[in-house]
Design a protein around this ligand. Structure first.
Ligand code: MN
Length: 289
């Protein structure tokens, strides 16, 4: 049975700035798409393609903390550099994904890569926040730098395009990311008239973003920047492309635990949030200039 669509949302009306480098449309959380409804996902910010002019100053977000969840940064155009308090640093180039486990607490900064800043140009990326179950919220911070060539690659028939499997399993092809709870994350590139079919179990919460192009999903048309929330009914997802399209398909097993959030900290209780804030203030997340 085809997975039923609960609702198709258009792009939010206005972007917000995260620091001075990320011009993002926040698709969730909100009243209609709550963190419980789309667990294990907590947040999705989409920097729809935007042309940043040349700059000597590195636009971005300066040092800030995270604790109790994971941030996943998917770069489509432009390049993002980062540094964190565990000593890790790197550059996320188009097609790459950075999967950072904040776990017990980390400091990091994220900004436009130097050469990209100098030249300026189209910038397009997504940041997702993925929750951790209570038992893993104290996991050691780490990150997975997953480059485009490391993705699970599924070539679709009839020159239909390609599926880059970031995490989970697409039609028996596994992605490289390791996750604490089951998550499927598929970067789908369809050529015009390209098609795919896949199955996602009904109990996984499932969402889809049209990054570029226009597709038909289980009979419903979804245009550029539209966002689909599926019901937890049916398994099959059929996508066909009306034009060359880029689609992000996300699903995951819900974490059925209380969610307490204060800014960049996501725990289970208010008391744990107070502890997290105290830890951050006392320097327990390390040092980053
Ligand atoms: Mn951050």
């Amino acid at each position: 049975m085809e997975k039923q669509i609960e609702k198709i949302f258009h792009r939010p009306a206005r972007p917000g700035m995260v620091g001075d480098g990320f011009r993002v449309f926040n698709y969730f959380p909100n009243e209609q798409i709550t963190q419980q409804r789309i667990s294990p996902f907590l947040l999705m910010d989409f920097n729809a393609e935007f042309d940043f002019g040349p700059s000597d100053h590195l636009r971005g977000v300066d040092v800030h903390p995270h604790k109790g969840f994971e941030t996943v940064t998917i770069a489509y155009k432009g390049a993002v550099a980062h540094h964190d308090s565990t000593g890790n640093s790197g550059v996320i180039n188009p097609g790459d994904v950075q999967w950072m486990t904040a776990g017990s607490g980390i400091l990091h900064k994220e900004y436009h890569e130097k050469e990209f800043s100098k030249k300026g140009g189209p910038f397009e990326m997504i940041q997702l926040w993925v929750n951790l179950p209570a038992k893993d919220k104290k996991a050691d911070p780490k990150y997975q730098a997953i480059t485009a060539d490391q993705m699970g690659k599924v070539i679709l028939p009839d020159n239909g395009g390609i599926v880059n499997v970031i995490a989970g399993t697409f039609n028996n092809n596994k992605g490289p990311a390791t996750t604490f709870t089951p998550v499927n994350m598929f970067d789908i590139r369809l050529n015009k008239d390209g098609k795919l079919s896949t199955q996602i179990t009904t109990d996984f919460n499932t969402i889809l973003l049209v990054v570029n192009g226009e597709v038909v999903v289980n009979g419903a048309k979804a245009g550029e920047h539209d966002f689909i929330l599926f019901k937890n009914e049916g398994e099959e997802i059929n996508i066909s492309a009306n034009k060359d399209s880029v689609v992000l398909l996300l699903s995951g097993e819900p974490i059925n635990e209380p969610i307490a959030q204060y800014g960049p900290f996501v725990m289970n209780t208010h008391r744990e949030l107070q502890e997290a804030f105290a830890e951050f203030q006392s320097g327990k997340f390390g040092v980053l200039e």
